[in-house]
Design a protein around this ligand. Structure first.
Ligand code: PLP
Length: 416
């Protein structure tokens, strides 16, 4: 046998999987930062999306940890129902919609984090080979999730020149996608978008909803709202609910709900895919399709996590304590954001308006170069198309001046 033929026989991975990068680029940068820190360097690591306290330790909501500890082992060890523990699902719907009447046409299935919900939506609402649509700044695993499912990702320009959501660009992208695919699955991460910290405001919603309603007359439209950071924004975490009501008749609305950030339980992998559908028969078909996809992907989710988070959501004493403890963490984040915005303004760095969440982005035409220059100073951020992403969540207040100095040097150095 020729050596080429034997090489081909030895490659048993299918072609589409043969050149995959197993290490997420953000985790790879984090590993480099950790390695340099271990060798004694004074490193500032602003890459990773977990909330750290001022001494660099994982910030927890203690009441949530207590709730996990109190679940009886024999309840936690049993399999959960495939679609999720009923009390958990009911609590998630109440958490997502509050008193809104929209909840009446909603169903939910449990997923491993918000990631699981995103992945189910792609499997059930796009044909193989079709593309998910999202904004030009986006959480990079959106693309991984699409590719892994044999789908693709395309984007629309996120910001208009005045810094608001570029609804005209989205309108054009919807037309293109509808003509090509006959359907669109649109991911919108709001409030507190990762990576920009932007939240759609009333004006954005007022412009957006008619555009979506028009699109839904020409094609099958599914809008997924990714609310992963909603509890770390300013104001009402449910402010996305009311503007969506007029759309509910015309499109399927999905919500990727996650306990990872809201309850500081990133490792518990607790989440849910919520679907809003007015037609009861179609709603049941969606429930079945999502449940089937759960069974065929991960079977069922972390029972301990669901039981504990359900307690935190439904027990009035626990939920008030969680709320209070979370408010302290939110304030920590806002204090960092206030200092960052003030110093960034003085340094004339350009960034979208920040309204909460774990990240900000700083625009630059040469993100890889800017991030490399910053790494020479021991400061780690994530280069993305057109910007660098800065994790305020993992940057202590005292380190913000150093961060902004490095950003300023990196962005200016890269442009020259
Ligand atoms: N959506 C966005 C925008 C995120 O940044 C994340 C996590 O970083 C997720 C969803 C999902 O997180 P998880 O799967 O941990 O719930």
């Amino acid at each position: 046998m020729s050596s080429r033929a034997s090489e081909a026989l030895a490659r048993r991975l299918i072609d589409s999987q043969a050149e995959r990068r197993g290490d997420d680029p953000i985790f790879a940068l984090n590993a480099e930062a950790a390695r340099r820190a271990r060798s004694g360097e004074d490193v500032l690591n602003s890459t990773l999306g977990t909330l750290l306290d001022e001494s660099g330790r994982l910030a927890l909501i203690p009441t949530v940890s207590d709730a996990f500890a109190r679940i009886a082992p024999e309840r936690a060890a049993a399999y959960a129902p495939i679609a999720g523990a009923p009390a958990f699902l009911e609590a998630v719907l109440a958490d997502a919609f509050g008193a809104s009447a929209l909840a009446r046409s909603a169903i939910a299935v449990a997923t491993p984090g918000g990631t699981g919900a995103l992945s189910l939506s792609v499997a059930c609402f796009l044909e193989p080979g079709q593309s998910v649509l999202t904004s030009s700044y986006y959480w990079s695993p959106y693309e991984t999730i699409a590719h892994q499912a044999g789908r693709a990702l395309e984007t629309f320009e996120m910001f208009a020149p005045d810094g608001s959501l570029n609804v005209s660009a989205l309108d054009r992208a919807l037309v293109r996608s509808g003509e090509r695919q006959g359907r669109t699955l649109l991911f919108l991460n709001t409030p507190c978008h990762n990576p920009t910290g932007y939240s759609l405001d009333e004006r954005d919603w007022n412009e957006l909803v008619p555009v979506l309603a028009r699109a839904a007359e020409r094609q099958r439209l599914t809008l997924l709202v990714d609310v992963a950071y909603a509890r770390f924004g300013r104001g009402d975490p449910r402010r996305w609910v009311a503007p969506l009501a007029p759309l509910a008749e015309r499109a399927t609305l999905l919500v990727a709900w996650s306990a990872s950030k809201a309850f500081t339980q990133y490792g518990a992998r607790v989440g849910a895919c919520i679907a809003l559908e007015q037609d009861p028969a179609e709603r049941e078909r969606i429930r079945s399709a999502l449940g089937y996809a759960c069974r065929g992907t991960w079977s069922n989710c972390n029972h301990l996590g669901m039981l504990a988070i359900a307690e935190c959501l439904t027990d009035p004493t626990l939920s008030a304590r969680v709320e209070r403890e979370r408010a302290g963490l939110r304030e920590l984040l806002f204090e960092r954001a206030r200092l960052f915005s003030a110093l960034a303004r003085d340094a004339r760095l350009s960034h979208p308006r920040y309204e909460g969440g774990f990240f900000v982005t700083v625009f630059t035409s040469a993100p890889e170069r800017a991030a490399a220059l910053m790494r020479e100073r021991g400061v780690f951020v994530v280069p993305i198309a057109g910007a660098v992403r800065v994790a305020l969540c993992s940057t202590p207040l005292a380190a913000i001046p150093r961060l902004v100095d490095a950003l300023s040097a990196g962005v200016r150095g890269a442009a020259s």
